[in-house]
Write a protein that binds this ligand. Structure first.
Ligand code: GDP
Ligand code: MG
Length: 181
């Protein structure tokens, strides 16, 4: 078994978006199945690993790279982006600004990683915090229109807190990354 794990295909997933949208919470929910209100920017792990069974035949080693507060300055460094196989672009559905900033997060990613065909690179967009009631600032329609204009990026509305759609969003982007190999 230990030999087997060394041969697993490996996917590096990067989580991007404004500070406070729930990136660290999404990663913890996906990797560990837990939610806490206590993730401090300064103690944020660089990455977390998870072995994922995609279907009967395919198992993949996924590492999720999260920022630890540096996203405020958009200065994440070369190592953070190096070798990224897919990217989760996150915003908070109660924060319009965080949605408007997706454009610059995507641009920054494309500059840093330089994929051959930006339109077919495995991105996923996540509109997080749908559990918050009465403060919706970005409609599903508006988010989907943006995604459609960027080469049909899959869109998921999630709650890291209530564990809604988190696994689906990550699974989709990992699957699409595998299909690119
Ligand atoms: P990051 O800065 O993007 O990593 O965001 P965090 O994961 O640190 O989350 C920022 C704040 O939003 C924290 O107080 C989280 O508890 C809260 N949060 C994250 N995801 C959700 C969610 O789905 N619903 C709600 N209500 N709060 C969330
Ligand atoms: Mg964080």
């Amino acid at each position: 078994r230990s030999h087997q794990s060394q041969r697993l295909p490996y996917i590096k997933a990067i989580i991007l978006g404004d500070s406070g949208v729930g990136k660290t919470s999404l990663m913890h929910q996906y990797v560990r199945g837990t939610f806490s209100t206590q993730y401090k920017a300064t103690i944020g792990a660089d990455f977390m690993k998870k072995v994922v069974k995609l279907d009967d035949r395919r198992v993949v080693d996924v590492s999720c790279w999260d920022t630890a507060g540096q996203e405020r300055f958009q200065s994440l460094g070369v190592a953070f982006y190096r070798g990224a196989d897919c990217c989760i672009l996150c915003f908070d559905v109660t924060n319009a600004r965080s949605f408007e900033n997706l454009e610059s997060w995507r641009d920054e990613f494309l500059i840093q990683v330089g994929p051959r065909d930006p339109e077919s690179f495995p991105f996923v967009v996540v509109g997080n915090k749908i559990d918050v009631e009465g403060r919706r600032a970005v409609s599903q329609k508006r988010a989907m229109e943006w995604c459609a204009a960027k080469g049909n990026i899959p869109y998921f509305e999630t709650s890291a807190k209530k564990d809604i759609n988190v696994d689906e969003a990550f699974r989709t982007v990992v699957m699409n990354a595998m299909d690119q190999e």
